[in-house]
Design a protein around this ligand. Structure first.
Ligand code: COA
Length: 321
């Protein structure tokens, strides 16, 4: 059993939708600006639901598609940078909700690359024979860490969760995962307080996501271009052999640049940024689930998944669905 195969996907979006027009009432912005510069038309916002609440629905839907019971799961890896609590991890909370115990359950924080990191970790657990059936989740309530007075960030993000079930198989499968980071870019994208640093900010003013969007944009385009090459080379694959690009959904212009690099028409790219905004770790599994459920992605298709996020972190996965 040398492969980890996707046998089920699921996703969940909180029901409240906030349109660009609604944001015009609270910050100096315009629907036209947001659509033209980002491709985002609306985002879902969790009012009271937590990251674990969203993750649970997505996970149960993925298990249902996979035909698995929670007891079959022997590993949970959950990508998030907006966990319910400092600890227990959201993965442990999810394990408790699913009524299972014993297997490892832990969170991975790689900002917007969180799902690719979680997938990479679970893939290697399965390849090593340590796990046979893994639940891989990306879940976020990004809207809780936004400064709703900062038009340069508050229009960009949304909430949601996506999950997939991976099973050990002789049949491909995830072909490779590629994870990278470069820790010198804190100043371009961060949330400026935590537990051991600037803790008082959390009480006094709140601690919100800050981003130098313009600089992040350039780094994202260049880095994602490179990781596409790395992924294809590692698998001795040509661009024409990739059937679907399933990218992290931060900005339609970044997605278009990566598609161009792959010589891929936009009809072969799964795009959800217009409806979801940037849901960080949740964006790839949300997009993947949408395209599998509506029949665009078929068994046997070759998928390239890629993401870039705070850290900086970036990563990719090549998957035979
Ligand atoms: N509404 C209207 N105007 C806005 C605005 C908003 N919501 N946000 C910024 N602007 C203004 C800026 O203030 C600036 O005005 P100025 O020229 O008078 O200073 C102008 O629009 C251009 O800003 P700029 O930041 O250069 O725009 P941009 O084309 O780079 O788009 C982002 C901004 C954030 C959409 C874009 O840079 C981006 O998507 N960055 C990367 C995000 C990302 O990939 N993150 C990945 C990890 S999550």
């Amino acid at each position: 059993m040398s492969y980890a195969r996707i046998i089920g996907t699921g996703s969940y979006l909180p029901p409240r939708i906030v349109t660009n027009r609604e944001l015009e009432a609270t910050v100096d912005t315009h629907d036209e600006w947001i659509v033209e510069r980002t491709g985002i038309r609306q985002r879902h916002v969790a009012d009271t639901e937590t990251t674990c609440d969203l993750a649970e629905v997505a996970a149960r839907r993925a298990l249902e598609m996979a035909g698995k019971r929670p007891e079959d799961v022997d590993l949970i890896v959950l990508g998030t940078s907006t966990p319910d609590l400092v600890f227990p991890s959201t993965a442990c909370l999810l394990q408790g909700r699913l009524g299972i115990a014993g297997g490892p359950a832990f969170d991975v924080n790689a900002a917007c690359s969180g799902f690719i990191y979680a997938l990479g970790v679970a893939h290697n657990f399965i390849k090593a024979g340590t796990s046979r059936c893994a639940l891989v989740v990306g879940s976020e309530v990004m809207t809780r860490i936004l400064d709703w007075n900062d038009r340069t960030t508050c229009v960009l993000f949304g909430d949601g969760a996506g999950a997939l079930v991976l099973e050990a198989s002789d049949e491909a499968g995830i072909l490779s995962t590629h994870l990278h980071s470069d820790g010198k870019y804190e100043h371009l994208l961060n949330v400026s307080a935590g537990i051991s640093r600037n803790h008082q900010l959390l009480r006094e003013t709140g601690a919100f996501l800050q981003m130098k969007g313009n600089e992040v944009f350039k780094m994202a385009v260049n880095t994602l271009g490179r990781i596409v090459d790395e992924t294809l080379e590692a698998n001795q694959l040509t661009k024409a052999e990739v059937d679907w690009l399933v990218p992290h959904q931060a900005n339609i212009r970044i997605i278009q640049a990566t598609a161009k690099k792959l010589n891929m028409p936009m009809e072969r790219v799964v795009v959800t940024v217009g409806e979801h905004g940037n849901t960080s770790s949740a964006s790839i599994p949300l997009a993947l689930d949408a395209a599998i459920r509506d029949g665009r992605i078929q068994r046997g298709d070759m998928l390239l998944l890629e993401a870039f996020g705070g850290g900086f972190t970036w990563g990719s996965a090549l998957v035979r669905y």
